[in-house]
Design a protein around this ligand. Structure first.
Ligand code: ARG
Ligand code: ZN
Length: 847
């Protein structure tokens, strides 16, 4: 059953108020709902969504309905128009649900004896009969009765007694933002005074014993609240803000109004158990969910096709926040790397879709890198087009005009048009069209005039043929032959399929630095006539992103050549040597420059060059390039490794974290020639998870990791989050020909609790991330992975469907691998009783 954007119809009733009464029980929770409904159109039937509910009572204005007055189905309930009054009436229902039997972790479910909910996108219908669509907003008044000591819901608490709590949320909201949590929890608490002087109580609720790992998240929350006031003028709007950490959770976190629920992985942190990158992610996700309070909750989405309205904007906001808290250019490089690894990969394959899709079968399948990360890039491009002040003006107008509404991408763009006076009709294609544009550039210099000519082309994507030209902001700077800025960064606005830009009055042929800061999510291709001197740019570009990008281009070029039998490019090896010895460069930035492209990215590059990637050759080439760098610069790397040691107690701050990242990048290269000796020493000495885990990965990769793996397991077997890392790292780091046998052994480990999403993902995604191990030419890796997806699907379709994207790249590979991967997808697609989630994914991947 396909849902289409063009079928949108407003809901014919206004929901003025809803009262929910919960009587909690693991096997038979009672939910009573009373809704004040106002008909907006005469004689409309009342449609309610509902799945897996046992209906106990249904009444209108106190009158119990006869069976003939409504129709029930697997997906909901329709009350016939004749049974309904013409004026506002009260609908009352009572249903029964079984949270303990809910393995899909959607709706109301249980995790370690604790009740919790996940309603986005369409989980509320598993709790009660309701118009479960984001454009129906209502004020919620919730009563929770149960024997748990802590009973939480959205909004402000109005009554608390043993076994019963009452919560009122004054802000109208869609059902997907509803939340309920009940359990034996303890809080790590604090408070925040908003810019208008209101006092907000802050709590992070966790299981007993975990309260010592909440301090960082609480401080990150306060920083987020301050930042949103200062940068966007947005203030928090309730008396209390609760965050709950849950061990069994399908995604990262959820922005329920006043009651954010988090995967415990993205809340709990201590130096011994969390890595530097965990700390950074925790800060970013806390911010993301908090920022949703305005971009998502106060202003929500009209329908789920508009998902990127809230997600793209909120990701853009959390990225900007992290850039302000840490090193901006480093954050930008990390974000672009992630965009390329996930979104470009998605856009190049059968799952390519626009940031605003126009049809879907299962909306959970559209919480994608395209909706989130490309959605954020689009917001960033809008900001470049209207400038920082224009952006702030537009956002002010957005909040003023649309507060309390459920909006569309059209509303969003209109705000920018009205506040800036610009015409954004062509720009809108970024939202409606799929595919990554390729931007070809050539240049010319004559009589002091320098010309850059760009050609843009976006390939066909599933269901979308020829694409019109996009409106692309291209940030360009021109450098002299000594590396000075001749022309500082300028935004060129490309709107034609082919377009030239002219710079006059130059005394020499400049070196162009194009797409600075990655000003648009495109693939930049240089005309072979005058490719820019990447080594020069790596040494001199004043734009840090493009400096890094030049190094990446060199690394990719040489490793791609090596995968086809070539040798390491001496100019790349020399450029990296210069960088290592350049004491002035920032350590975190340097570390990013030392990191080689992943095997998956190399495979993508080969595919784009028209070659079929050989995973074994790619693995060997990448190892050989690392070895060449290590051999050429052993002394400098070794000195760097020593110099970057951080003394004193662990702090997760950007500066020591940057030093550690450079130290560990050096360690990874040196491992190729010291056989893992330094890594073993570090593993034995480390007092923090960042170094301990990185060292473990290196000894495993060196083939000498068995003792360290056993030590680590002994030490951490009681800690779920750390054990997740243990499962993942030995699969990502192990030699490709050992990955499958390791994975097969690990699924027998008593600690492999495959029903826990984090544990399942650690093992299976760890295995799939071992590129050459997953893509074994005998197909055994594919079979193993597909078997496990099929095993998980009946229990947890959301996670199974999401993880099926390991197969989205099948078209890149040789015919043998293609047919093996397609055979697994076909086997999945043909499985009887397959979920809607996984069936849509496998069908789309098969094309
Ligand atoms: N809105 C949540 C966030 O961005 C994610 C919800 C994911 N839901 C889903 N069905 N996949 O933080
Ligand atoms: Zn979000």
């Amino acid at each position: 059953l396909t849902k289409r954007l063009s079928d949108y119809q407003p809901y014919p009733f206004e929901l003025e108020m809803v009262r929910l009464d919960f009587r909690l029980d693991p096997d038979a929770t009672q939910v009573r709902a009373r809704m004040a409904m106002r008909p907006l159109r005469a004689a409309s039937a009342l449609e309610l969504d509902g799945e897996g509910l046992v209906l106990r009572k249904i009444a209108v204005d106190g009158r119990v309905l006869a069976a003939s007055e409504y129709t029930q189905s697997d997906t909901g309930l329709v009350i016939h128009a004749a049974a309904l009054p013409a004026q506002t009436f009260t609908l009352e229902t009572e249903v029964e649900i079984a949270p303990a039997a809910n393995t899909a972790l959607e709706g109301l479910y249980m995790s370690n004896g604790m009740y919790c909910t996940q309603c986005e996108a369409e989980g509320f219908r598993k709790i009660t009969y309701y118009p479960d669509r984001p454009d129906v907003m209502a004020r919620f008044h919730v009563t929770v009765a149960g024997d748990a000591p802590v009973l939480l819901s959205n909004g402000n608490p109005v009554a608390q007694e043993t076994g019963r709590a009452e919560w009122v949320d004054p802000w109208p909201k869609p059902a997907y933002l509803f939340a309920l949590v009940a359990g034996d929890l303890v809080a790590h608490s604090g408070s925040f005074t908003t810019m208008s002087g209101r006092e907000v109580a802050l709590n992070i609720w966790v299981r007993k014993g975990d309260e010592t790992r909440c301090a960082f998240a609480l401080e990150a929350l306060k920083r987020s609240m301050t930042w949103d006031e200062q940068v966007y003028g947005r203030e928090y709007d309730l008396d209390i803000f609760n965050i709950v950490a849950v061990d069994d959770f399908n995604m990262g976190a959820m922005e329920n109004k006043g009651l954010n629920i988090f995967n415990s992985k993205w809340v709990l942190a201590s130096p011994e158990t969390a890595t530097d990158s965990d700390y950074e992610r925790i800060e970013g996700i806390i911010a993301h969910e908090y920022f949703h309070n305005w971009t998502g909750n106060r202003i929500t989405c009209r329908d789920w096709f508009q998902l990127c309205l809230k997600e793209g904007l909120t990701v853009y906001r959390d990225q900007s926040f992290t850039a302000d808290m840490r090193l901006g250019p480093v954050k930008r490089i990390e974000d672009v790397s992630a965009l390329r690894a996930r979104q470009f990969r998605e856009d190049r394959g059968p799952l390519s879709h626009p940031p605003r899709p126009d049809h879907y079968k299962e909306i959970n399948n559209f919480y994608t890198a395209t909706v989130y990360e490309k959605g954020a890039e689009i917001v960033g491009m809008l900001r470049q087009l209207v400038g920082p002040q224009g952006y702030r003006d537009a956002l002010d107008l957005y909040f003023e005009r649309h507060d309390g509404q459920a909006c569309t991408i059209e509303d969003w763009l209109k705000v920018f048009e009205d506040s800036s006076g610009r015409d954004l009709r062509q720009f809108k294609h970024w939202y409606t069209d799929a595919g990554t544009p390729r931007l070809q550039v050539s240049d010319d210099f004559k009589d002091g005039t320098y010309t850059l000519e760009f050609t843009q082309k976006t390939d066909q994507t599933p269901g979308q043929g020829d694409k019109p030209a996009r409106h692309i902001p291209i940030a360009v700077g021109l450098l002299s032959d000594t590396g000075a800025d001749l022309i500082e960064t300028k935004i060129l606005e490309m709107t034609e399929p082919r377009q030239s830009f002219v710079f006059e009055g130059l005394s020499q042929r400049p070196v162009p630095s194009i797409l600075r800061g990655f000003s648009a999510p495109v693939v930049l291709e240089f005309d072979t006539g005058h490719p820019p001197d990447s080594a020069f740019l790596l040494a001199h570009d004043s734009d840090p992103f493009n400096r890094w990008e030049a190094g990446r281009r060199l690394a990719l070029q040489t490793v791609v050549a090596m995968a086809q039998g070539g040798a390491a490019d001496p100019s790349y090896v020399a450029a990296i040597g210069a960088l290592i010895k350049d004491g002035a460069a920032d350590p975190a930035f340097c570390a990013l420059c030392l990191a080689l492209p992943s095997e998956d990215q190399i495979a993508q590059a080969l595919h784009e060059a028209g070659k079929s990637p050989d995973p074994v050759a790619i693995h060997r080439a990448r190892e050989a390039l690392a070895t060449a760098l290590a051999n050429a610069h052993e002394d400098a790397l070794s000195a760097l490794y020593d110099a970057m040691a951080v003394s004193g107690p662990y702090r997760p701050d950007p500066e020591p974290a940057g030093q550690r990242s450079l130290r560990l990048a050096a360690l990874a290269l040196l491992r190729r020639i010291d056989g893992g000796a330094r890594a073993q020493a570090l593993f034995d000495a480390a007092d923090n998870m960042t170094e301990s885990l990185a060292a473990l990965g290196q000894v495993v990769a060196a083939g000498v990791g068995e003792a360290a793996l056993a030590t680590f397991r002994d030490r951490w077997q009681g800690d779920r989050l750390v054990m997740d890392k243990w499962f993942a790292i030995q699969l990502t780091a192990s030699a490709p020909d050992q990955a499958l046998s390791r994975a097969e052994k690990l699924v027998q480990d008593p600690l492999f609790d495959w029903k826990n999403p984090n544990r399942f993902r650690s093992l299976m995604s760890g295995f799939a991330a071992n590129h050459a191990g997953f893509h074994r030419v005998d197909g055994a890796g594919y079979r193993f992975y597909a078997d496990w997806l099929l095993r998980l699907d009946p229990l947890n379709p959301q996670v199974a469907a999401r993880m099926s994207t390991a197969f989205e790249t099948w078209a890149r590979y040789d015919l043998t691998r293609q047919s093996l991967m397609r055979a697994e997808l076909a086997r999945i697609a043909q499985t009887e009783g397959l979920s809607r989630d996984l069936s849509e994914m496998s069908a789309r991947m098969l094309g």
